[in-house]
Design a protein around this ligand. Structure first.
Ligand code: ADP
Ligand code: 5GP
Length: 198
């Protein structure tokens, strides 16, 4: 599996640059955050893009580290100013990727990872045809539900919305360059590493 540098893609609509852009998508609760944290520990050269959201912080989440938590009106203002590389509404909240920070990191040669949902991943595919996309699958829907419940940080309503979204998202897994099942964490990490670093 080869990951193409963005500069080699003449059709890239954003500025050409020497870095690479990786999109990591998968249903909420599948373990994307857990996988990313471990990847960052093992590969500090990766740049993880901190997203902006209108969701309330979960217990333990830190502003600027997990997300930038802002109001809906501020988010809408940033959308109007073109500050997002992509953005989407998910389960009643807005989420977006800050444009300049990501473009700067790519320009400086970093391997940049976006952990985003399906609609955002589709927007990135349109604006960065050379971005490499990974879809993380759960071993089963029942395991996904128990992971979301085990996390114990979402309301019943939020859990129901996430599970409903999950089925639609999983159906789109084939749109992605690779699909990796997060059953055993270590195996999933090895599969991601093999994809990114050969
Ligand atoms: P996401 O970021 O995709 O919403 P999280 O990383 O928050 O998901 O993981 C959801 C829950 O699943 C967490 O409690 C996490 O510890 C657990 N989890 C993640 N990966 C695995 C795995 N491979 N096996 C079992 N539990 C896992
Ligand atoms: P959560 O509320 O569970 O942290 O995230 C909900 C969903 O939003 C997850 O699928 C997560 O990957 C996605 N998400 C997080 N940040 C962004 C972003 O900047 N843009 C988009 N489109 N989705 C995001």
């Amino acid at each position: 599996m080869q990951v193409l540098p963005i500069e080699s893609d003449a059709s890239t609509k954003e500025n050409p640059s020497p870095g690479r852009l990786i999109v990591l998508t998968g249903p909420s609760g599948v373990g994307k955050g857990t996988l990313m944290q471990e990847m960052l520990k093992r590969h500090p050269e990766l740049y993880y893009s901190v997203s902006v959201t209108t969701r309330s912080p979960r217990p333990g989440e830190i502003n600027g580290e997990n997300y930038y938590f802002i109001s809906r009106s501020k988010f809408e203002q940033l959308v109007a100013q073109g500050e997002f590389l992509e953005w989407a509404e998910f389960a009643g909240n807005y989420y977006g990727t800050p444009r300049e920070a990501v473009l700067n990191q790519i320009r400086s040669g970093k391997l940049v990872v976006l952990e985003i949902e399906l609609e955002g991943a589709r927007q990135i595919r349109a604006s960065f045809p050379s971005a490499f996309s990974i879809f993380i699958l759960p071993p089963s829907l029942s395991e996904l539900e128990s992971r979301i419940r085990g996390r114990a940080q979402d309301s019943e309503e939020a859990i129901a919305r996430r599970l409903c979204h999950a089925q639609a998202e999983i159906q789109a897994a084939e749109e992605f360059d690779v699909q990796i099942v997060n059953d055993d964490l270590e195996n999933a990490l090895k599969a991601i590493e093999a994809t990114l670093f050969g």
